[in-house]
Design a protein around this ligand. Structure first.
Ligand code: NAD
Length: 302
């Protein structure tokens, strides 16, 4: 099999000054792409800024014979990052929304500032970058987006109410972009990665970190954003340490109750076992699926 190449395409990687973003940027740089290395260069809690993080990665890509430019804007100003791509390379083909920070604190002690900053960077940041790239993608009938969720978003995690809410938002965002983009060959997928980085180095033991190189998240991302992927869109993947798995929603077959005066909390309790019974699961993929289900079960009667 020949290697996947990205010659002539422009890839924007946000938060590419370290960790996963750096691994994506250097990979695309080594496979023929023009790379925009965006990084604000602050701490993992979102404090401060510096041009160094992005510059180091740009220098590395160039030293290896690749093409790259730096951008130091916050993803909250996504239009400036896409502008850098257009000015430097005349196009944008692939957007990897990767930048992120943490403000972990128990919910009891969470402040509005902890909530707002996480939403600004993860949710508004992903939106602003995608929104600025979208007209280019539509016009050229080609675009690839990766958004970055987290297991914390999919399943919840202690001390991460803000982060998990913002990370699950990536799922709904991606699923909608995939639906709206389909007609224009715009493919959007969302990953929940796990990798050794400054974000995880204090919470995972060294032996586990050694198994979780950021480079091992890259091949899946490359496959999803390559032009040869024309069908896998709106999907959620968990990826790390060499393992890749797809996730999807599962719905119990549920129970239809008669909508009259007998529809009481006690009636719900009586049917509770059926409501939560996953023995005949369904895998919904759109809002209309529930209405179809309702129509079908209405035909059969409660
Ligand atoms: P990291 O801290 O090494 O990288 C994040 C980068 O984003 C940093 O270089 C940082 O400077 C940059 N950044 C932060 N705020 C920014 C902003 N406003 N604008 C531009 N750049 C900004 O962490 P990482 O582990 O590589 O994380 C990458 C992404 O993966 C994040 O979205 C993170 O939430 C997600 N994630 C990581 C893991 C993991 O195991 N490492 C797990 C789940 C999710």
């Amino acid at each position: 099999m020949s290697e996947l190449r990205f010659d002539g395409q422009t890839v924007v990687v946000t938060g590419a000054g370290g960790g996963l973003g750096k691994a994506y940027a250097t990979f695309f740089g080594s496979r023929g792409a023009n790379v925009v290395v965006n990084d604000l260069g602050g701490s993992f809690k979102g404090e401060g800024n510096s041009t160094k993080a992005a510059d180091v990665v740009v220098d590395e890509i160039k030293a290896a014979g690749g093409k790259a430019v730096a951008n130091y804007d916050s993803v909250e100003n996504g239009e400036k990052i896409i502008e850098t791509a257009i000015k430097a390379f005349g196009r944008i083909d692939i957007l990897i929304n990767n930048a992120g920070i943490l403000r972990d604190v128990s919910f009891k002690n969470m402040k509005d500032a902890d909530w707002d900053l996480i939403f600004k960077v993860h949710v508004k940041g992903a939106y602003k970058c995608a929104r600025a790239a979208w007209p280019h993608f539509r016009k050229q009938k080609f675009g690839r987006i990766i958004n970055t969720a987290s297991a914390a978003g999919l399943f919840g995690n202690f001390g991460q109410a803000n982060y998990s809410a913002a990370k699950l938002a990536q799922v709904g965002f991606t699923e909608t972009l995939a639906k709206e983009g389909a007609k224009y060959n715009i493919i959007a997928n969302v990953i929940a990665p796990i990798a050794a980085s400054r974000m995880t180095e204090t919470i995972m033991p060294p032996d586990l970190l050694a198994l979780m190189k950021p480079e091992w998240v890259v091949p899946l991302v490359a496959v999803l954003v390559h032009k040869s992927n024309t069908s896998e869109s709106g999907s959620i993947f968990e990826v790390g340490g060499g393992h890749i798995a797809k996730l999807r929603w599962e719905r119990s077959s549920g129970q239809l109750l008669k909508c009259d005066q007998t529809y009481t909390p006690s009636a719900v309790l009586k049917k509770w076992d059926q409501v939560i019974d996953f023995s005949k699961p369904q895998y919904p993929s759109g809002p209309n699926d529930f209405l179809t289900l309702l129509e079908e079960s209405t035909k059969m009667g409660p």
